[in-house]
Design a protein around this ligand. Structure first.
Ligand SMILES: C[S@@+](CC[C@H](N)C(=O)[O-])C[C@H]1O[C@@H](n2cnc3c(N)ncnc32)[C@H](O)[C@@H]1O
Length: 364
């Protein structure tokens, strides 16, 4: 109805205010009515060719309608007028991605990240471009399903989305000082609302697990690497040689997301330092980073529950690796973080014998 009014006004050479046309175009876009949005935006641009928002919206509508080649020229004009517009930069990245121009897609994502680090879309697209394949929660679900661990311990549960992936009969323990559970816990879940350091200082994890070792663990708590280092050492102590420890956020998308000062969104922190540390000081471990978006998933095996090295050298290790600047990753980041293709066959092979438990249960 509103679209008809706008069309009639235009037909009578009575163009409505730009703000009304833009509002209507946004609404049409949200309902996937791309061609209608393009029609009224094209009219607006005849009258106001330097309207940046109209150019970006028109580019977005054309990209979403599969007209990426045409979208490029609208977006290029918008970015001449407003080179730092984060939405324009993101749309240029997304359009380049659709046109298979990965180099340009990454370049525009990075520019959008620099001007608007909290804007989620360029972060998500950059992560997909850099890593690709299944999202970390899907990889975690598949690992849980394959390994069928008797016990699972998760540090940092937030809303419980990842913890809930552990299904009965797995006994699953979550540790988080500030859980925001959005659904009630299942019978096989138990949550301790405290920091992981407090938990390990005050409780006996093995007793909480009914005398069993940790078969599978997922570290996703405080995003400063020395916290993850202590979490790793504590979990290893309670594991078995054949257990697996997963570590989230090992492969940061960029320097911004790897900063130590906490961010509300898109924050991987400096967990990547833990991978470099384990490679250097624990060569006995098998350490890989699965290239799972958005920020990589560390997979550590061949644990040594008797090892005291990380505990005993904690302060020295923390100080040494805090010195390591992000620029260390400027060359051969994949090699330095043992990046591993996000492909189920590779992951399954890396799980080795532990996966065998799942295989046996899977077979008829
Ligand atoms: C990124 S969220 C976890 C997300 C969750 N694992 C998922 O994938 O849906 C990080 C969580 O770590 C928790 N956290 C922060 N500091 C912690 C600490 N010292 N020990 C344990 N958890 C911590 C926060 O409260 C937050 O809920």
């Amino acid at each position: 109805m509103l679209l008809k009014v706008v069309r009639d006004l235009i037909r009578n050479r009575n163009t409505p205010p730009a703000s009304d046309i833009l509002r209507l175009a946004r609404e049409l876009l949200s309902r996937s009515r791309h061609e209608d949005a393009i029609e009224i935006l094209t009219t607006l641009l005849k009258h106001e060719p330097a309207c940046v928002e109209a150019l970006i919206l028109c580019g977005t509508a054309k990209r979403e309608a599969g007209r990426s080649g045409e979208a490029l020229s609208d977006l290029a004009r918008a970015l001449v007028l407003a080179p730092d517009d984060p939405v324009g930069l993101y749309e240029m990245a997304a359009t380049s991605y659709m046109l298979d121009d990965m180099r340009r897609a990454i370049e525009y994502c990075e520019r959008a990240r620099r001007v608007a680090p909290e804007f989620n879309k360029p972060f998500a697209l950059l992560a997909q471009l850099r890593l690709g394949g299944a999202f970390y929660l899907d990889v975690l679900a598949r690992i849980l399903d394959h390994v069928k661990p008797r016990t699972y311990v998760e540090i940092g549960i937030f809303q419980g989305g990842s913890l809930r992936l552990a299904k009965p009969p797995t006994l699953a323990i979550g540790i988080d000082p500030n859980p925001h559970l959005v659904e009630p816990l299942a019978g096989n879940h138990k949550v301790f609302a405290e920091t992981s350091d407090a938990f390990f200082a005050g409780r006996d994890l093995r007793a909480e697990l009914g005398g069993l070792p940790v078969d599978l663990a997922f570290i996703d708590g405080m995003h400063h690497f020395e916290f993850a280092l202590r979490d790793f050492a504590n979990l290893e102590r309670h594991g078995a040689r054949d257990s697996t420890i997963l570590i989230h956020d090992c492969y940061p998308v960029d320097r911004e997301s790897a900063a130590r000062d906490p961010r509300d969104t898109n924050w991987s922190g400096d967990i990547w330092r833990l991978i470099v540390l384990l490679k250097k000081y624990r060569p006995d471990l098998s350490v890989h980073t699965i290239g799972a978006p958005p920020t990589g998933l560390g997979l550590v095996r061949n644990l040594d529950p008797g090892s005291c090295y990380l505990h005993e050298h904690h302060d020295l290790l923390r100080d040494e690796f805090l010195e390591l600047d992000y620029s260390y990753l400027d060359t051969d980041m994949g090699g330095k973080l043992n990046l591993f293709p996000n492909d189920w066959e590779n992951i399954r092979a890396a799980l080795g014998k532990q996966g065998g438990r799942g295989e046996a249960t899977d077979s008829p």
